[in-house]
Design a protein around this ligand. Structure first.
Ligand SMILES: Cc1ncc(COP(=O)(O)OP(=O)(O)O)c(N)n1
Ligand SMILES: Cc1nc(C(=O)O)sc1CCOP(=O)(O)O
Ligand SMILES: [Mg+2]
Length: 206
């Protein structure tokens, strides 16, 4: 069954904890990743302290983007790292040790090789993308839906699809075997609010 994986929007408003609670209560949502690319260490810690309990009190995993050591220090459930992040933190084996038993997700773009390497070295999931045009970030690659089919037919490690995903274009990704759909804009920019954004995915994930 494909599940929803939320990633926080690029900028968090003052009431974001309430928006997150509303989105998670409209669930089901498997996890939320805090992704604040412009935040300094203090702002990041404040955001983690405010948002982590909102997720964990609802049984939703709270993952931190980019920084495995901070994830461990602040009681997160895991971290998501891209290829550049791995290099910056001494490689996947070292990150795996830092995270100890916490979850580790790796960006693999459109690369079967990167995904197999990540799975072999202990990643808990691999993320492929971007599948569709996205305004949230400039993706480094475009992935074809067939990589999800290839991975899900061959591998046990779960795969996450990301990039421009909406309720209207999710079906091919679900049909190809994506275990999770990672979403930013379609939920946080939904015209009726994030809870409606989460509900809009229900029919695609049922
Ligand atoms: C689930 C998921 N997939 C991909 C990414 C992108 O990670 P990365 O390549 O490290 O880029 P930034 O998000 O750090 O800009 C992700 N964060 N989450
Ligand atoms: C954070 C991120 N990483 C991507 C990748 O291709 O690795 S695409 C992306 C942005 C996803 O946001 P939206 O759901 O608004 O398109
Ligand atoms: Mg990163």
């Amino acid at each position: 069954m494909t599940e929803l994986y939320l990633i926080t929007p690029p900028r968090l408003g003052p009431d974001f904890a309430d928006a997150l609670a509303a989105a998670l209560d409209a669930g089901p949502v498997a996890c939320i990743q805090l992704r604040l690319k412009e935040a300094g260490a203090d702002e990041m810690r404040r955001a983690i302290d405010a948002l982590r309990p909102v997720a964990q009190s609802r049984g939703v995993a709270f993952l931190l983007n980019d920084d495995p050591r901070l994830a461990v220090e602040t009681g997160c459930d895991g971290a998501h790292l891209g290829q550049d992040d791995l290099a910056a933190h001494g490689g996947l084996a070292r990150v795996r040790r830092v995270l100890d038993g916490l979850s580790l997700g790796i960006t693999c773009h459109d690369s079967r090789h990167l995904a197999m390497e990540a799975a072999e070295q202990g990643a808990d999931y691999v993320a492929f993308g971007a599948f569709y045009p996205t305004g949230t970030k400039e993706p480094k690659a475009r992935a074809d839906v067939e990589i999800l089919r290839w991975w899900s037919e061959l591998m046990e490690v779960p795969c996450v699809a990301i990039g421009g995903i909406t309720p209207g274009n999710a079906a091919p990704l679900v049909e190809a075997g994506a275990d999770f759909l990672a979403v930013v804009g379609a939920v946080w920019q939904h015209p009726d609010g994030p809870a409606a954004g989460v509900r809009a995915f229900r029919a695609e994930l049922a």
